[in-house]
Every structure is written in C-alpha cells, then in structure tokens.
Design a binder for this molecule. Structure first.
Ligand SMILES: [Zn+2]
Length: 216
C-alpha cells in the first residue's frame, strides 16, 4: 500500500506515521530521515543538501525530490510505503505522481490528520520545559501547578515554539500551504480524513479504519 500522510504541527504525525506504517508492514519514509541518511552517508545529494542547511537556507526542491526518488527505488519500498513530509505542495504532488507512474505504480491513499486548532494550542501551549534536565511537563496532563521540575528541582519555562501566538502562526502557515494539496488529492479521489484528537492508540485505530477501504 502506498500512503501519504499529512497533518498539522501538533497532530502527532510522527508518532502516527510510525504506528500506521508498522500496522501495514510498510516502511515509514520521512523527509527528515531521508535527509539525515543522505547527510550521514555522505552521498552527493547529502553533501549538496548540507551546504544549504549549513547556510541556514532551505534545501531546493530538486534535491529533495532526487532524494525521495532514490529512497522510493530501494527494495523495501517496492510493495508500499508511508510518506511523511513529502509532498508539501501541489507541484511536488504532481512530480510524485509522475515519478510513481514511471515506476508503474500510483498512490493508494492520502491520509489527512484533522485536528481542532484550539485542541492543538491546548496541547502545545501547556508544555513547560525544565531548564536543567530538559524534561517536558504539561500543565494539564501532568497537573503541573508550580514551575518546578519534580525530577531535578530545576525551574520550568515555556519555549518560544510552545507559545500560543507561535503555534497559531504555524497552524496558519500549514493551512495556507496544505489546503491546495488536500484539494488536489480530493480531486484525485484518494483523500481520507481522520480525526486526530484524543489518545494516540485511538487515533491509530481510527486511521486504520479510514485506510481499510483502500487496502487491496
Ligand atoms: Zn528537571
């Protein structure tokens, strides 16, 4: 089965990607993993990507696409895969479609993790990081009433990434970029949405249900 997973920051996409891929016995292929493998393996593409990253620039599309193509050509991806982090936009989706057609295959389904924005904000903005040991506590889930780490006594603080305005901005950017991608796949009739609110296992169960009609 060939799956693309999309979802906003804070939807637990990385975790779901792992569980879903393992349930379907297919490799989870994330752009982050591909980058790291190429960079640490010292491939030509990895060296190229590293030059951009070291300068703090975005890795150009051509480089990302070439890495994805290499990865999808590997043996373990021949019977299926779960892609996480690619495609990010409609032009990349069109390139992926062509690439798979060259391989004589096609995507089966694009699974969209759907979350309530306020829920994401609650989840992320409640995080407090220990300035000493780095442990993350949650004001609601850990019922954290003070700003002191129970492990080491260090003081807790809120990372900039966990501030409400930062989270809302990231969600906004995601919506802008992803809305066209989602409608592209809706037009292709391979879009399945799943409610990603609630416990991890519950979301995985729902995701497997949503994928069931697409499993051959
Ligand atoms: Zn601590």
């Amino acid at each position: 089965m060939r799956v693309v997973l999309v979802g906003p920051p804070g939807a637990g996409k990385g975790t779901q990607a792992q569980f879903i891929a393992s349930n379907l016995s297919i490799p989870k292929i994330s752009t982050g993993d591909i980058f790291r493998a190429n960079v640490s393996g010292g491939t030509e593409l990895g060296k190229l990507a590293k030059e951009y990253m070291d300068r703090g620039d975005l890795v150009p599309d051509e480089v990302t696409i070439a890495m994805v193509r290499d990865r999808l050509s590997e043996d373990d991806a021949q019977e299926g895969f779960l892609l996480d982090g690619f495609p990010r936009n409609v032009p990349q989706a069109e390139i992926l479609k062509k690439m798979l057609a060259e391989f004589g295959v096609a995507l089966d389904v694009v699974l969209e993790l759907v979350v309530d924005e306020d829920e994401v904000v609650r989840r992320l903005a409640g995080r407090r990081t220990c300035s000493q040991c780095g442990r993350i506590w949650h004001v609601d889930f850990d019922d954290k009433r003070d700003d002191i780490c129970d492990d080491c006594g260090g003081s807790l603080y809120q990372r900039d990434d966990d501030k409400e305005e930062t989270i809302r901005r990231r969600l906004e950017v995601y919506q802008e970029q992803t809305a066209p991608l989602v409608s592209f796949y809706a037009d292709e009739k391979i879009l399945a949405g799943v409610d990603a609110t609630g416990p991890v296992e519950e979301v995985t169960r729902r995701a497997m249900e949503a994928l069931a009609p697409y499993t051959a």
